[in-house]
Ligand binder design. Structure first.
Ligand code: SF4
Length: 338
């Protein structure tokens, strides 16, 4: 293994070669940063049905359970692309991170390649993206890469929050640059808190997922609470409202081409009418598959109800035949359309 300086330079070089725009290292102490806040959030039940978060809690709390980690290296990949023109008609919007290829594959693959290159140099590592039990935003914050906005998202000064994060732990103590966590730059602003269509923020930096559009449209497969549905507006998969209103995102840098838009708007009639196989095939390689065929149809019914167009009625009538979950949401939407 080379010197610590060589390793820092190697990491910077590898990251640049893999198109990872931001890299920052921080020492691993006894416990992961912000684990107390994470525990309190779990305790409050605000993670809803995302039980995998509680299951991976101990690994999140201490990455040394996986590897005798001395350093956490945080990587950020920018993913902002301009919103393609609104096609109008019966269409719904998708959250920006999901417009292109699945970032778990794009960023995950790059991190695996980086780790492979390290292994060839005799350096063991462990890490990944948010599917691994890692508090990636907390590590980013503690490394001084970004600060936590009141919308709970990492914001990189002068770059904004359209970032995907990954963390790689190393059993080597690296010299850590910078002066630790950044000062937060939200000040008196509370645009994100006020703009949330379903009032999902209990307070600044405290999200109740069980009121969040992203949570319901992506993470769950059951019935969406009736009182939240009108707030979904046109969001059929995820939601970007709290990032779109943020002044730190006023001039976002262009995102990685591997994440160029393919599915920024979804045809809602297609979601209802395609059978399961073709529907999942339509989103091959995309995170949009996550809620499954019925979850997507359920989301489509909610948006069709919100569009206020009589054109949605025949589509919703066809949705009545798509099983109990979709039927219930279609009935709600038909009632809403009168
Ligand atoms: S919208 Fe305002 S309060 Fe919310 S994260 Fe951005 S700067 Fe902070």
């Amino acid at each position: 293994m080379g010197s610590v300086n060589n390793l820092s330079e190697l990491l910077q070089r590898e990251a640049a070669a893999l198109g990872l725009q931001h890299v920052r290292a921080v020492s691993v102490e006894e416990r992961a940063p912000r684990i107390e806040a994470f525990d309190a959030w779990l305790e409050s039940g605000h993670h809803g049905q995302m039980r995998y978060l509680a299951r991976g809690r101990d690994d999140r709390a201490d990455p040394r359970r996986r590897l005798p980690a001395r350093t956490a290296v945080v990587f950020a990949l920018e993913h902002h692309h301009e919103l393609p023109p609104d096609p109008g008609g019966l269409t719904g919007r998708v959250a920006r991170y999901a417009w292109g290829r699945d970032y778990h594959n794009v960023l995950g693959k790059r991190l695996r390649k980086l780790r492979r290159n390290l292994r060839h140099k005799g350096i063991d590592s462990w890490g990944g993206v948010d599917t691994a039990p890692i508090l990636e935003r907390a590590w980013s914050e503690s490394a001084g890469l970004g600060f936590s906005g009141k919308n709970c998202v990492q914001i990189l000064p002068a770059r904004g929050s359209w970032m995907l994060l990954g963390v790689v732990f190393l059993p080597v103590a690296l010299e850590v640059e910078g002066s630790g966590p950044l000062r937060e730059h939200c000040g008196a602003c509370r645009r994100c808190l006020d703009a949330c269509p379903t009032e999902a923020f209990v307070d600044a930096r405290e999200l109740d997922s069980t009121r969040c559009i992203s949570y319901w449209t992506i993470e769950t497969r059951g019935s969406i609470p009736v009182e939240l549905r009108a707030g979904f507006g046109r969001w059929v998969f995820g939601c970007d409202v709290c990032q779109e209103v943020c002044p730190h995102n006023a001039a976002p840098p262009p995102g990685d081409e591997a994440l160029a838009p393919r599915h920024a708007w979804l045809d809602l009639a297609e979601l209802i009418d395609l059978d399961d196989g073709p529907l999942m095939e339509r989103f091959n390689g995309s995170p949009i598959k996550r809620p499954g065929p019925d979850g997507l149809r359920r989301n489509a019914c909610v948006v069709l109800g919100n569009l206020g167009s009589s054109e949605a009625i025949p589509v919703l009538e066809r949705a009545l035949k798509r099983g109990p979950l979709v039927e219930e949401h279609a009935r709600w939407a038909l009632d809403r359309l009168g």
